[in-house]
Design a protein around this ligand. Structure first.
Ligand code: NAD
Length: 490
């Protein structure tokens, strides 16, 4: 830990003295109003850096830059864009350790999981870099009177708004396909975790991306974020965050008919049937809710367990949760770090009383850990039913709600009985049941006998209140590009 802290300190010095500023048209600049806010570490509330608190005029300047840079970037050959995006990936890999250390300090996520986040970010750039040359590929659809040629063109400058939970990886996930498609961008990162977005924008600059292609504007959601969603020259908004924010963005973007792509909240079930491999199911269930502090959209926050095995599984689960190591996020042994900030800590811990009022049991945890920083005890609620708030609401912390079910029909009713529909995890050795259940489960992504493993060519996204649109493979280009049909009379 001492070595990790010393390394972090070496990286942070510059940001402490300079502050985290915007990057507009290739220039580092403060907010035009001169306003700023502070970002503090959830470990001990110490100051990390001051951050530009941008407003509508900064968004306008960034959008003008993105608009001016668009024709040249859109017209650049896919091969050239591919080379620049690979260069960004190279530089991310070079700075991977710095990114991981900064991300953990800014967000509270444990280093053992975040150490791979930068490399996943680099992989996102490589995947979409390789797709850049074929992004415009279309087809020919002849009719008796016409030769139809369909093609795709980039939609224009786009706005990208990201959350604080895994900010680096999620930013790359959105930005890489936008650039590969030929769009220019204005990125508004989450105010609670702006550090690695700044590093990422620097990397893009150093990789030789033309000025104005990638603009970074820091600030609050209701100020800079709102202005971005309302700007007439921003053609689309790719947003990752809470469902209620998605709803606000849809309203804000209505006057300018904004195209939106939303990746929102989840209350994902992990359903364990009596014929499952219980040890593997247990490993996956623990990993999917307690890693990343439970601050993960695809976390398995509801355990649905068949009554016949519930006592056994819950007893083993209790032991596992008790054994989780809560600690400093930079300590490689830590499994659960502090929550992002006080407001979120207050929200997560409020569910301990809610659980008891609703009649569930706190089998493990249910309190704060230590007196400094936003650490909570990994928590397990048992004896819950689907109507309780702990079974319905996204808590977004290391908190699992266990609900028992009788049979397959009962499990399906409970699994679908939430407003969300992002992911689902099934554990059974009955293949027919797995197919039948997956077919009826209301979720955008389902893993059978597996934890969540991201494969970039597959579609990622949710149904119901969990989102609109899909990321990954060609689905990303569907969002960042317009279809165009040209009909030649024969
Ligand atoms: P949030 O909605 O509070 O904020 C996300 C971003 O939106 C921030 O940058 C914020 O500044 C901005 N914002 C807030 N109000 C805005 C407004 N009126 N106009 C424009 N921008 C605005 O979300 P959060 O608390 O940062 O992130 C946690 C949420 O994100 C959870 O619900 C989680 O499930 C979700 N999430 C979803 C996915 C997914 O892929 N489905 C991935 C990660 C996180």
């Amino acid at each position: 830990l001492t070595t990790q802290l010393a390394k972090l300190e070496a990286h942070l010095g510059r940001y402490r003295s300079e502050g985290l500023q915007n990057l507009i048209n290739g220039e580092t600049c403060a907010a035009r109003s001169g306003a700023h806010f502070e970002t503090r570490s959830p470990v001990d509330e110490s100051l990390i850096a001051t951050v530009s608190r941008s407003g509508a005029d900064d968004i306008d300047a960034a959008t003008k830059a993105a608009k001016a840079a668009f024709p040249e970037w859109a017209a650049m050959s896919g091969a050239k864009r591919k080379a620049i995006l690979h260069k960004i990936a190279d530089l991310i890999e070079e700075r991977a350790e710095e990114i991981a250390l900064c991300e953990c300090w800014d967000t509270g996520q444990a280093y053992r999981f975040m150490s791979k986040a930068a490399l996943r970010g680099a992989e996102n750039f490589r995947f979409f870099a390789d797709k850049a040359p074929s992004a415009r590929d279309g087809q020919s659809l002849p009719s008796p009177q016409h030769m139809n040629v369909t093609t795709r063109v980039p939609i224009g400058p786009v706005g990208i708004i990201t959350p604080w939970n895994t900010p680096f990886m999620l930013s790359t996930w959105k930005i890489a396909p936008a650039l590969a498609a030929g769009c220019t961008i204005v990125h508004k990162p989450a105010e609670f975790s702006p550090l690695t977005a700044r590093i990422l924008a620097e990397i893009a600059h150093d990789a030789g991306l033309p000025a104005g292609v990638w603009n970074l504007v820091n600030g609050f959601g209701e100020e800079a974020g709102k202005a971005l969603t309302e700007h007439p020259d921003i053609k689309a908004i790719a947003f990752v965050g809470e469902s209620k924010t998605g709803s606000m963005i849809m309203k804000q973007g209505a006057d300018t008919l904004k195209r939106v792509h939303f990746e929102l909240g989840g209350k994902n079930p992990v359903v364990v049937f009596e014929d499952a491999d219980l040890d593997r199911a247990l490993d996956a269930a623990v990993f999917m809710i307690y890693s990343l502090n439970g601050e993960r959209c695809t976390s398995s926050s509801r355990l649905l367990v068949q009554e016949s095995i519930a006592d056994t599984l819950e007893a083993k689960l209790i032991e596992r949760v008790k054994g989780l190591k809560v600690g400093h996020p930079l300590d490689p042994a830590t499994e659960v770090g502090p929550l992002i900030h006080k407001t979120h800590f207050d929200k997560v811990t409020s569910y301990f009383a809610i659980a008891e009022t609703d009649g569930a049991r706190i089998a493990v945890g249910g309190g704060r850990k230590g007196n400094e920083g936003w650490f909570v005890q990994p928590t397990l609620f048992t004896g819950a039913n689907t109507s309780m708030r702990i079974a319905q609401e996204e808590i977004f912390g290391p908190v699992l709600t266990s609900i028992r079910f009788k049979d397959e029909a009962d499990a399906l009713t409970i699994a679908n009985d939430v407003q969300y529909g992002l992911a689902g995890y099934l554990w059974t050795n009955d293949l027919t049941r797995a197919l039948r259940f997956s077919n009826a489960l209301e979720a955008g992504m389902i893993w059978v006998n597996s934890e969540n493993v991201r494969h970039l060519p597959t579609p990622f996204g949710g149904v119901k209140a969990s989102g609109i649109g899909r990321d990954g493979g060609d689905w990303s280009f569907e969002f960042y590009m317009e279809q165009k049909n040209i009909a030649f009379a024969l």
